[in-house]
Design a protein around this ligand. Structure first.
Ligand SMILES: C[S@@+](CC[C@H](N)C(=O)[O-])C[C@H]1O[C@@H](n2cnc3c(N)ncnc32)[C@H](O)[C@@H]1O
Length: 256
């Protein structure tokens, strides 16, 4: 199993403080994926992040349900990769977990930190990406990532999953939720059209049809059967998989 990082040795890191992008990227080879230039919805301002949080329908109760499912209790070490506005991390911290939120976006992390302060919860925030997060706390019990792995093309998804496995202790839990396609490839157009016809909300009341169209056109969502192979090669056993719809799904995995 490939366990090595694609990053050259001697990189700085874990990023326990908010770093500038130039500081975080200056040691990278020219061919390295530019994960600090994410695709998709613009999240480059506090207003855009606040709109994202509203549109995403952040729901602490749903976060708590997921944390219960994953067995997160006081003392659990949890890392949420691409944590966004941080609700899952804050809910984990509120129940006494050692909760780490990792994201490439300084604006998202600022929103997440403010959410933690409002909740009186202590969490650890790292400005870092799937590909360059260097975990320096002890091995994690649980690693999660929701609605974000699609930011990476498939070659880089595999590297991200190898990194996620490297953060976890053997037997630790990995949870992945995303736009994941489970329809037959030959039927893609019809399934995507049905999703786009039903998912969009009016401007200001959620993600719009144009947002979802841009997702399909510009982001890197992939098939469940491709992710299954990647998860296996990264060192995970798949405990369960579920497709809520032909376009969205989850994997619950255990690190071998
Ligand atoms: C659609 S949001 C999802 C946020 C959160 N997980 C949620 O469920 O609401 C995608 C997040 O991924 C982050 N992101 C994009 N590329 C990333 C990367 N390579 N590494 C870490 N975070 C990344 C973005 O900054 C953004 O916060």
């Amino acid at each position: 199993m490939l366990r090595m990082s694609l990053l050259p040795p001697g990189l700085p890191g874990p990023y326990k403080r908010v770093m500038s992008r130039s500081e975080s990227t200056r040691h990278r080879p020219a061919w390295f994926f530019r994960e600090y230039e994410p695709v998709g919805i613009d999240l480059g301002s506090a207003a855009a992040v606040a709109a994202y949080d509203r549109n995403q329908g952040t729901d602490p109760d749903a976060d708590d349900t997921l944390l219960d499912r994953l067995g997160v209790v006081a003392g659990t070490r949890l890392v949420d990769l691409a944590c966004g506005t941080g609700s899952l991390v804050v809910q984990a911290a509120a129940r006494g977990a050692e909760a780490h939120g990792v994201d490439v976006s300084a604006e998202m992390l600022a929103f997440a930190q403010a959410r933690a302060e409002r909740a009186g919860a202590t969490a650890h925030w790292h400005r870092a990406g799937f590909l360059d997060y260097a975990h320096q706390a002890g091995p994690a019990d649980v690693v999660t990532t929701k609605s974000a792995l699609h930011q990476l093309p498939d070659f880089w998804k595999q590297q991200a999953l190898i990194n996620a496995a490297g953060i976890l202790r053997p037997g630790g839990t990995f949870y992945l939720w995303d736009v994941i396609f489970s329809f037959p490839p030959a039927d893609a157009a019809g399934h995507l059209q049905r999703w786009l016809d039903t998912a969009g909300r009016p401007e200001g009341r959620g993600f719009t049809r144009a947002d979802f169209e841009a997702h399909v056109r510009e982001e890197f969502s992939t098939y469940a059967w491709i992710l299954e192979g990647m998860l296996h090669r990264a060192g995970f056993d798949i405990i369960s998989r579920a497709s809520r719809t032909p376009t969205h799904g989850e994997f619950l995995c255990r690190r071998r």
